[in-house]
Design a protein around this ligand. Structure first.
Ligand code: DGP
Length: 124
């Protein structure tokens, strides 16, 4: 059987595929069978964590989501909430950037968990 990391190694993918296959190091915060949470390399706040599905399943962004993705979408949000509790955040923001106008730079669905400082509204 082909291992997971072997498959990632040869799949055409984004930087997050390389992170998942450990070709690129990352600072893990949480991991289970479905999701991986790790520290953002360009933090926008004292706490800035990315939560991604381990199996991309064509989810390059939230605009690709279909009914069949409901479970993983829920897992991403639950993981964000769980990590925020573990980090003792009293308040925080969850962000999904979509497309060029949404400032998305990596085409692998991800939720930003941002906290540890006062957020502003409206966002920039
Ligand atoms: P977005 O702009 O919403 O697509 O967010 C992509 C995020 O990914 C951005 O905040 C920076 C982060 N990022 C890009 N490359 C790397 C990397 O190699 N390692 C880590 N940990 N984060 C990365």
């Amino acid at each position: 059987m082909i291992s997971r990391s072997f498959r990632y190694l040869f799949s055409k993918g984004t930087i997050f595929d390389k992170i998942l296959s450990k070709q690129i190091p990352s600072k893990a915060v949480f991991e289970d069978d479905d999701v991986y949470a790790f520290e953002d390399i360009q933090p926008q706040a004292p706490v800035h964590i990315l939560i991604i599905p381990k199996f991309k399943d064509n989810l390059s962004g939230i605009s690709q989501a279909e009914e069949k993705n409901v479970k993983i979408l829920g897992r991403l949000l639950l993981t964000a909430s769980r990590v925020a509790k573990e980090k003792n955040l009293s308040g925080y923001r969850l962000v999904i950037n979509e497309g060029k106008d949404g400032c998305q730079s990596v085409d692998h669905l991800h939720v930003h968990l941002i906290g540890g400082r006062q957020m502003n509204w409206p966002p920039g």
